[in-house]
Design a protein around this ligand. Structure first.
Ligand code: DLL
Length: 433
């Protein structure tokens, strides 16, 4: 079903006109409310009057995660604090998370775009939907939650963890849909099998999977093992959260809610716009956001755009699945992790050499992170208690900075291989097949 035909099936001319009008309004808004953007535009000798339509977007400055970090925590907020009703956060490249703020209207648009996505998957008011993205600062839980409520289905705010209890709820409450990371869906399938439950005892029929890259093979495996149909959902906290784009029944690319999030593809090196169909870095401008609107935000996600009307009837542009990023961000159990976050923790503890290695793997469908780090000679001892204490202190610090637990492995001085030239800090053994 199409949730909002007037916005999802607009003619191209109407859409471009709407986007142009919204962009003009947005530029005036940020110029007057965000000193960062006013300064950037002044440096470029650009005034809001220079933006007359959507094609003028290329004149505007880019925004990067570094800009968000430099303006931590609230520097890029356009709305006054009294208008901000919710804050979320995601990992930054160092200890500081990226903070995003939403006005009441932003939240209502978010639940609208989520309802469009769920509708496209075939979710109706009759469905009972389990939201198994993490609730909290991460946008996955609450983002999906309010979308399900807006659509009128029943939401089960299961969150993550306690998987056996969750499986029992899925069976006993006749849960028909689930929103979670694709790797958690595979883990769930494993637990269902381990508990001796046959998939025919479950009523699951729809999955909304995202927050991390996944493949057609993973889709087939999840569908087969859980007896449902899995759909992609894409988003990022800086732009909104889940619901920036979504798959329809055709499952051929994800439709972007481009009346709210204007996409461009650029060459990450030259920053020049690339034509449709060519893979490059995805860039978004938030056309309607009030809390923290962003101009030309560089997502670092690599994809391409697919213009043209989809057989489902929607006209909003589609993006191909994301298989890579142009930076070093890792996504572990759906959580964004930057090697530099681990580095900042290690550098902050006198017991360690600045030598470490992250080993990422997938065991039993769950991502694992091992942090190997060299202990300084003065602190390395055969006193097991002391070593265990040190290990625990590092584990606790990493957990609080990364929001996921890491398996710490203390290494003897000089044991991590030195490399000539660019040092290798990450071994990612996961193969997405
Ligand atoms: O992951 C929002 C989200 C929650 C999306 C739940 C979908 C479902 P962040 O934590 O800010 O926000 O991470 C955003 O995750 O730039 C991509 O690299 C990656 N990502 C998100 N969805 C997908 C997807 C949420 N469907 C970063 N496929 C993005 C591939 C995805 N990568």
């Amino acid at each position: 079903m199409i949730w909002n035909t007037s916005k999802e099936c607009m003619s191209r001319e109407q859409m471009r006109e709407l986007q142009g009008k919204r962009l003009q309004k947005l530029v005036v808004y940020v110029y007057h409310n965000v000193p960062f953007y006013r300064r950037k535009m002044q440096e470029m000798d650009l005034s809001p009057d220079d933006i007359r339509g959507i094609d003028d977007i290329v004149k505007l400055p880019f925004t990067t995660k570094q800009d968000l970090r430099d303006n931590y925590p609230y520097g890029l907020m356009a709305a006054p604090p009294s208008e901000v009703v919710r804050v979320h956060a995601s990992s930054g490249t160092t200890g500081n998370p990226t903070i995003v703020g939403y006005t009441r209207r932003d939240l209502s648009i978010w639940s609208e775009v989520m309802a469009r996505s769920l509708s496209a998957y075939g979710v109706t008011r009759e469905d009972t939907f389990s939201v198994s993205y993490g609730y909290g600062l991460f946008t996955g839980g609450l983002g999906a939650h309010y979308g399900v409520e807006n659509l009128g289905a029943t939401v089960i705010p299961a969150s993550t963890g306690n998987t056996e209890k969750h499986v029992r709820l899925i069976r006993d409450l006749h849960i028909t849909g689930i929103a979670c990371t694709p790797s958690y869906a595979l883990y769930l399938a494993e637990v269902v099998e381990r508990m001796g439950i046959d998939k025919s005892e479950l009523d699951l029929r729809i999955g909304a999977f995202g927050a991390e890259p996944w493949t057609e093979n993973m889709r087939r495996e999840i569908q087969e093992r859980l007896g449902l149909k899995g759909y992609n959902i894409y988003g990022l906290s800086e732009i909104m959260g889940p619901g920036v784009s979504y798959e329809c029944q055709e499952q051929h690319g994800s439709h972007i809610n481009e009346d709210h999030f204007y996409p461009e593809i650029i060459d990450p090196e030259t920053l020049c716009p690339l034509p449709a169909g060519v893979q490059g870095e995805l860039v978004f401008t938030t056309l309607t956001k009030e809390g923290m609107p962003l101009l030309r935000y560089r997502t670092k996600d690599l994809t391409s755009l697919m213009p043209g009307t989809c057989p489902c009837g929607r006209t909003n542009v589609r993006m191909t699945p994301i298989m890579g990023r142009s930076d070093d961000m890792l996504i572990i159990r759906g959580i964004n992790v930057f090697p530099s976050q681990v580095e900042s923790v290690i550098l902050g503890m006198k017991e360690f050499e600045p030598r470490y290695m992250l080993v990422v793997d997938r065991r039993g469908n769950l991502d694992t992170l091992e942090v190997q780090v060299e202990v300084r000679r003065d602190f390395f001892t055969d006193d097991i208690g002391a070593m265990l204490g040190l290990k625990k202190r590092l584990s606790d610090k990493l957990k609080s900075v990364l929001s996921i637990s890491a398996d710490v492995k203390l290494m003897e001085p000089n044991s991590i291989a030195r490399s000539e030239g660019k040092s290798q800090r990450v071994i990612d053994k996961r193969v997405l097949v």
